[in-house]
Design a protein around this ligand. Structure first.
Ligand code: HAM
Length: 429
């Protein structure tokens, strides 16, 4: 036992029993994103470390403490992507895709952050990341949030609520930052160690502290939304009006600051009360300065990313994730000739009914053992083929999930009979 190789801490296997929820999130996201005109983009898992430092910010937890950074054999300093936005923006710049053009893109896959693992927080986790580039908003801000809301409805997720805020322009944020620093310095004795450190590099992040002893101090701090420039104020108001018009409930949370430095104006988070401290299932905002900062032609952008592990956990909790059966039809074979013919029959049926899943009993076994496997496969229907049936040119069909008798079908009509039986089975569930 002791020489077994252990998995890496904070990096999980997704087992077949859980894959149903993953696939339903992925396919619903693909479908909903398509309905809003978004296209998929795939970018490398590894980028130059400099990209993330410049995009996410030197004084963020992600860059300071959490990146998987290494020097490769060629001496290049590289990092496993901790998030998706920087890489997608880099790709738009590298491929000359800006120049006044607009893009609606999404990207899904693994992200890596060396955080302390706990429920809902992992070192390898998965995001669907959505980016709209070249749009000033606030209409696109509203539409992106409506897209996320539609996805929750599609997945049967109800235990989420929306919080929004505006971080203003870099200038108005700078002015606010001075006020905040003044306030925090006046209360320096009450700051915990983390906040003292943040005060030096990124004082806004003090507002994000999860330490309960800091709560009163943070509550009394100057509020960012009170110091917004008029344009950002108008942008926020238009966003609120747009959400109200679409009937999407939200709350303005003036302390929502986000952990990545590239945001300006709109930021938002979908929070759940069902998962404990790791309560953000989907977060994002505008990054109007990011592309310019990365050396591209100044272009506004907005996006968000949802954490798949957290959505899966939420769907499990809300009972909306059904395990995925491995088969629609389990083929039970009995007798030498029927067993030999089974492989050919299964191939023919897969040709005839391309969307259906057929699992052929492999490796023999008596009827009882085969039916046990059929049951475990989750199939709605067993197809039974014995030497006797084969001699008569028929096969038997037996529903597995409801009380119903067995029926027989001539082999040439089998595909149609299977469709009819599966439709009847689906109707009853
Ligand atoms: P983020 O808030 O760092 O934003 O992450 C987005 C989502 O990823 C979170 O709301 C959460 O659901 C999930 N997540 C983050 N860290 C972990 C973790 N360690 N374990 C499990 N899930 C996690 C971004 O990454 C931005 N790139 C989002 C964005 C896109 N903004 C604009 N465009």
């Amino acid at each position: 036992m002791s020489d077994q190789i252990q998995p890496v801490r904070g990096m999980n296997d997704v087992l077949p029993a859980e894959i149903g929820a993953w696939q339903s999130i992925e396919s619903a996201a693909r479908e909903v994103l398509g309905a809003y005109g978004f296209q998929e983009i795939r970018v490398p898992l590894v980028e130059r470390t400099e990209l993330f430092k410049r995009a996410i910010g030197e004084y963020t937890d992600v860059v300071e403490k959490e990146m998987y950074t290494f020097v490769d054999q060629g001496g290049e300093n590289l990092t496993l992507r901790p998030e998706g936005t920087a890489g997608v923006m880099r790709a738009l710049i590298s491929n000359g895709m800006l120049r006044g053009q607009r893009h609606k893109l999404w990207c899904a896959g693994a992200m890596f952050r060396h955080e302390r693992p706990q429920k809902g927080r992992y070192r390898q986790f998965h995001q669907v990341s959505v980016e709209a580039v070249g749009f000033n908003g606030p209409d696109v801000d509203v539409e992106l949030i409506a897209l996320a809301a539609r996805l929750w409805r599609r997945l049967g997720i109800t235990r989420v609520r929306l919080e929004i805020n505006s971080l203003g322009t870099p200038e108005s944020r700078r002015a606010y930052r001075e006020k905040l620093v003044e306030y925090l310095q006046a209360h320096y004795e009450q700051l915990d160690e983390d906040s003292r450190r943040r005060l030096q590099g990124n004082p806004l992040r003090v507002l994000d502290s999860k330490n309960p002893e800091m709560r009163a101090l943070i509550e009394a701090a100057p509020v960012l939304t009170d110091h917004l420039d008029p344009q950002s104020q108008a942008h926020l108001q238009a966003l609120c009006a747009g959400l109200e018009a679409l009937g999407i409930p939200f709350r303005i949370n003036p302390r929502l600051v986000r952990g990545l430095d590239y945001y300006s104006r709109t930021v938002f988070e979908w929070i759940t009360d069902a998962l404990g401290t790791q309560d953000a299932v989907c977060s994002g905002g505008r990054y109007d300065g990011l592309i310019g900062q990365l050396g591209g032609e100044a272009t506004p952008g907005i996006g968000f990313a949802m954490g798949i592990e957290r959505l899966v956990a939420l769907m499990n909790l809300e009972g909306t994730s059904a395990p995925l059966p491995s088969a629609d039809v389990y083929i039970v074979v009995n007798g030498e000739r029927a067993t030999a013919f089974g492989l050919e029959l299964a191939e023919r049926l897969r040709d005839a009914l391309p969307g259906r899943r057929f699992e052929l009993n492999l490796g023999g076994g008596n009827f009882k053992a085969q039916f046990r496997r059929a049951d475990r496969s989750g199939a709605a229907l067993a197809l039974i083929l014995g030497d006797d049936e084969l001699a008569r040119g028929v096969a038997a069909l037996k529903p597995l999930r409801r009380e119903a008798g067995q029926s027989e079908s001539p082999l040439p009509d089998l595909a149609a009979a299977i469709e009819t039986a599966l439709a009847a089975a689906a109707e009853q569930t």
